[in-house]
Write a protein that binds this ligand. Structure first.
Ligand code: CMC
Length: 392
């Protein structure tokens, strides 16, 4: 057991080997299974990327067809699970609703919980990919007091999700192909990011041989925090505050630099990228396209661009190599699509799901995996004697 090396926040500790995602943070490179993110975002689909991450190779047309048909067969939620949504307060944040529903899948699908049974793992994989969009749409419907829609499996996966979110039972819903394409692309950009906080959580929980549903539910809770996936919500709230209170952007940046409590430039900085986050570059382009296509003239987009420009020419941000990350522009697109701010991190979770599954499967299949169990450097009392209650 020897000397324990302290590495708070695991800034320099490799927790695993992995063949899934490669990041070069200095060069701003991101690849899934060797394929550059730029090529996947432009040419692939989220379904294909999910297959790639989980199975290691791009699918053939037949494999993709089988994969998506299988997912479509599992998109419905058990009617009893649907009743869960009624029990939450109407103003509940959809992220804990999402993690609770995913945790509950362990109770509904007891035939797919064994982490070492390949068929069961396949089944729980498909169930998660199929049901998470339905859960996410129902969490949204609950928050706006509208009826839940059954999935329409004649639609593509993303189109079906948009319809379940924004459609009504008695009305036809026309999917805007530009929005569907943009959402599909955003899901691709979020699909994996090696050992980030939520993925490490999924692996750590899974390392105790907890099932896939339980591990992913823990990952969703980890993603909820504003330093991780919750940053996309925090960015929009920051922009809205600057706009609402008429704050001067330069002054706001000065407050960030002065480290006023609670003032950070949300959507900036990254543990690994010390260069422009390649995902942010793609998202910025998409934000321009989507807002133009929808004819939305959002003052907040101009604000975001001004903030970026000021920050990128300021010594504080240059010295610390702080650039916009993936969360900086995504919220503006989600908002233009009609999602409320509280749904943004849920959309991140939908995107990250195949990554969590791929990483959990890689972990569970690796014979060298041990239960995750970091050590500590103890700083408390040395031994002292118990004092009776009457003497305290
Ligand atoms: N605004 C102002 N200063 C910052 C920021 C920021 N957004 N991010 C980092 N810094 C400063 C920080 O104060 C520190 O300065 P100093 O060395 O003088 O003490 C230096 O830059 C290094 O920061 P750190 O907090 O030690 O870096 P980290 O690797 O521990 O944290 C981070 C990374 C992403 C949590 C952090 O940059 C941050 O809080 N950013 C804002 C939240 C955010 O956008 N999160 C989304 C991350 S990307 C998607 C995802 O993973 O979910």
């Amino acid at each position: 057991l020897g000397v324990i090396t302290l590495d708070s926040g695991f800034t320099n500790t490799g927790s695993t080997t992995s063949a899934i995602t490669y990041i070069d943070g200095d060069a701003g490179i991101l690849r899934y299974r060797g394929y550059p993110i730029e090529q996947l975002a432009e040419k692939s689909t989220f379904a294909e990327v999910s297959y790639l991450l989980i199975n290691g190779e791009l699918p053939t047309a037949d494999q993709l067809n089988t994969f998506t048909s299988r997912i479509k067969r599992h998109t419905m939620l058990h009617e009893d699970l649907k009743r869960f949504f009624d029990g939450f307060p109407r103003d509940a944040h959809p992220m804990p609703v999402l993690s609770s529903a995913v945790s509950a899948l362990s109770t509904f699908y007891q035939d797919s919980l064994d982490p070492f049974n390949q068929e069961q793992v396949e089944l729980s994989t498909v169930r998660l990919l199929a049901k998470l969009p339905t859960v996410a749409a129902y969490a949204y419907k609950k928050s706006v007091g509208q009826p839940y829609l059954y999935p329409d499996n004649s639609l593509g996966l993303v189109e079906n999700f948009l319809r379940m979110s924004f459609g009504f039972p008695a009305e036809p819903y026309e999917v805007n192909p530009v929005l569907a394409k943009a959402l599909d692309q955003l899901l691709i950009l979020h699909a994996d990011h090696e050992q980030n906080c939520s993925t490490s959580t999924v692996r750590l929980v899974g390392s105790s041989h907890a099932n896939l549903f339980a591990s992913v539910s823990a990952g969703i809770n980890s993603l909820f925090g504003p330093l991780h996936g919750g940053a996309n919500q925090a960015v929009l709230e920051m922009l809205e505050k600057i706009d609402r209170e008429g704050l001067d952007i330069k002054e706001f940046v000065t407050r960030v630099k002065n480290r006023e409590p609670g003032v950070r430039l949300m959507g900036f900085g990254h543990r690994v990228y010390k260069n422009y986050d390649p995902r942010a570059a793609l998202v910025k382009k998409t934000a321009d396209q989507v807002l133009t296509e929808l004819g939305v003239n959002d003052r907040l987009l101009d604000l975001a661009k001004q903030l970026e420009e000021i920050a990128l020419s300021d010594d504080y941000f240059i010295e610390r190599k702080l650039y916009p990350n993936v969360d900086f522009y995504t919220g503006l697109i989600y908002k233009a699509m009609g999602f409320p701010t509280r749904m943004f991190t849920v959309l991140f979770a939908l995107g990250r799901l195949p990554g969590w599954i791929a990483q959990w499967r890689e972990m569970i299949q690796d014979p060298s995996t041990k239960i995750g169990r970091p050590r500590q450097v103890y700083t408390g009392y040395t031994e002292r004697d118990y004092v009776d209650l009457s003497a305290r």
